[in-house]
Write a protein that binds this ligand. Structure first.
Ligand code: NI
Length: 296
C-alpha cells in the first residue's frame, strides 16, 4: 500500500471540528501516515499544537507548524513573536509556517476584512525567517502573486548560516523559475489544483520537478481535488493527487507516495513516523536494480 504525508492541512479550522477522528480514520485507511497542521496566527498555531499533542500516536499522526500567515501579518507584535518562539521549542512543532507573502488580497477592494499591507507582510516574513533560523526549523511558505519578492527575500536568507530548508506550498509560480527555487534548496508542495484539467502550469511543475523536491499536500479544507470539488477537502483525498502526479511522471502512485513521504520525513524530521518508508524504499531500489539487470 502506498504511504503518504499530507504536508499542509488546516485541521484546526472549524471545518473539521465535528468529525476530526473520522477524518483521520479515513486518512489512515487511504495510507496517509502523518499530517502537518500549519498555523495562520497565534491562536490557530496554538490549536495546531494542541492537535499535534493529542494525535502524537496512532495510524495518522499530526505535527504542527507555528506562524503568522501573510494576510494576518499585522498581528506579529513582540508578544506574538515571543509566543511563537516558545511554541517552536515544542517537539511536536516541525516548522515555522505558514508564513510568506500574498500580493493578491491587498489589491481586492471591499473584501470586508483587514488584510495586512505588502510592507507589513515583508517585515513579518523577515522576522519569522529569522525566528526559523534561530530555532533551526524549516519554513512553510505561502506565495501568492509575490514570487519575485519571495525569491529575493529567500536568496538573502539562505546566504547566512545556518543552512536553511523549506517548502513553497501550493506552488503556483509555474515551471519557468523552478530552477531558482530548487537552487535555493527549497521544495515545492503540490495539491488538488494539479487534478484540474486546465492547470497546465502546475502539472508541468509536478511532472518536471526533481524527485527529491516534491511534497504532497491537500491544503484542506480548501483546493479539493477532482472529482470532489465544491466539498470540504480532507487528507483521504491525497491519493487522488498522487495518482495524477504519477500519470504525469510515468510512475506508479506507490512510487510517488514513497518518494514524497521520504522527502517530507527528511525535510520536517518526522521522527518515528512512516518507518515502513525506508524499508519499502530500499526494497524498491533492489527491485529497480534487478529489473535493470534483467533488461541488460
Ligand atoms: Ni494553508
Amino acid at each position: 500500500m502506498a504511504l503518504f504525508v499530507d504536508t499542509h492541512i488546516h485541521l484546526q479550522l472549524p471545518a473539521y471540528a465535528d468529525d476530526l477522528s473520522a477524518v483521520l480514520e479515513r486518512a489512515a485507511e487511504a495510507g496517509v501516515r502523518a499530517c502537518i497542521v500549519p498555523g495562520l496566527e497565534v491562536e490557530s498555531s496554538r490549536a495546531a499544537l494542541t492537535l499535534a499533542e493529542r494525535y502524537a500516536d496512532g495510524p495518522c499522526r499530526l505535527y504542527a507548524a507555528v506562524g503568522i500567515h501573510p494576510t494576518e501579518a499585522y498581528r506579529l507584535d513582540a508578544a506574538a513573536l515571543r509566543e511563537l518562539r516558545a511554541m517552536a521549542a515544542h517537539p511536536r512543532v516541525v516548522a515555522i509556517g505558514e508564513i510568506g507573502l500574498d500580493d493578491y488580497w491587498p489589491r481586492i477592494p471591499d473584501r470586508g476584512w483587514r488584510c495586512a499591507e505588502p510592507e507589513e507582510q515583508r517585515e513579518a516574513l523577515r522576522r519569522q525567517l529569522d525566528l526559523a533560523a534561530e530555532v533551526g526549523l524549516p519554513v512553510i511558505l505561502h506565495d501568492r502573486e509575490a514570487h519575485e519578492a519571495i525569491l529575493r527575500i529567500l536568496a538573502a536568507w539562505v546566504e547566512a548560516e545556518p543552512p536553511k530548508r523549506g517548502v513553497l506550498h501550493a506552488y503556483a509560480a509555474g515551471p519557468t523559475r523552478l530552477d531558482e527555487v530548487v537552487a535555493l534548496g527549497f521544495a515545492v508542495g503540490v495539491g488538488g489544483v494539479v487534478t484540474r484539467r486546465k492547470a497546465t502550469a502546475v502539472q508541468e511543475v509536478a511532472r518536471s520537478v526533481a524527485a527529491d523536491r516534491l511534497l504532497l499536500e491537500t491544503d484542506g479544507p480548501y483546493l479539493t481535488p477532482v472529482p470532489y470539488r465544491g466539498r470540504r477537502n480532507e487528507p483521504a483525498y491525497l491519493p487522488l493527487i498522487a495518482e495524477t502526479i504519477a500519470r504525469l511522471r510515468g510512475v506508479t502512485a506507490e512510487a510517488v507516495g514513497t518518494m514524497t513521504t521520504a522527502n517530507a520525513v527528511r525535510l520536517f524530521a518526522l521522527e518515528g513516523c512512516c518507518d515502513g518508508v525506508k524499508r519499502e524504499r530500499e526494497g524498491s531500489k533492489v527491485e529497480d536494480e534487478s529489473e535493470r539487470l534483467a533488461l541488460s
